[in-house]
Design a protein around this ligand. Sequence first.
Ligand SMILES: *Cc1c(COP(=O)(O)O)cnc(C)c1O
Ligand code: SF4
Length: 334
Amino acid sequence: MIPRSRAGWQAELGRAVTSPAELLKILDLDAALLSPAVRAAQTFPLCVPRGFVQRMESGNPNDPLLRQVLPLGAELVPQPATFSADPVGDLDAAARPGLLHKYHGRALLIATGACAIHCRYCFRRHFPYGDHTQGRLSWETGLAHVRADPSIHEVILSGGDPLLLDDGRLKGLVDAIGALPHVRRLRIHTRLPVVLPERVTPALAELLGQVRFNHPVIVLHVNHANEIDARVRHGCAILKAAGVTLLNQSVLLRGVNDNADTLVSLSESLFDAGVLPYYLHLLDRVAGAAHFEVPEDKALQIHECLRTRLPGYLLPRLVRDAPGAAAKYPPAPC
Ligand SMILES: *Cc1c(COP(=O)(O)O)cnc(C)c1O
Ligand code: SF4
């Protein structure tokens, strides 16, 4: 049998850097970082596409993009008691395997467990994806839940990264959602147009342009303006031309974007790419990510500063995702 030729983006994904030694070498970084990186990668492997590595500054161990992906010894030190394996209560919210129904009117379908990049602060770094993604079968049970509940007006594809599905599988899924008459909106949470912009092909744009939903929403995940280069802007333009509404969520991360200048510049770069800021998340307290936490009072201060420096439409909402809460709420002012 002749193997089906892989699309360019899949080949690019296959070339992602997964070896800490190679990442340090490409970026000309101190070999002392290697041993902790190797140890931390045993819990949650390193994975970063080469195009994303190219946006990092060589020789800078504090590069804001590098910090998002480089495994550190800090992940292995004992974590504060408030940091757990399932900080946002996802396991309780699983109405069916692979479907989280936590908020009124919206259900989140785990389309795949895989990601093109492994973000060290990811709240799903311990999530037992294996139990929740048996491919089509689990979509069927998740979709059955949506079909049976007419109050669900929006389906969110999340993961992992739903755009890692190939076009055929993605189309099968969005068509199945489109066939549920009470679902009015489709949303996709994805980091791929940023970390692997090759994924944004004319075929993907056509697929998204043809769904039953008027303005399919894509919520990107960008934390720093350096993540947005010409290729990313080009992909965003293709998606917008297909009628997609583009929003962005960021996580407030110590050493990455925890100051007003960086976040102002992020909002402005997002706008230049045709993307509106949506959420600025406080870190979910996931074990292994304590070193990324920005204290709430500092987060509020930074956000107040953003409020005075940005037009209202470029100000992301500062929120925390608390287990059992009916929505993502802002932290209470101190
Ligand atoms: C974040 C999230 C949503 C979407 O929340 P919005 O406030 O509508 O962006 C929906 N379901 C789950 C389980 C979520 O974690
Ligand atoms: S892309 Fe999203 S789901 Fe995947 S590792 Fe990063 S934060 Fe987690």
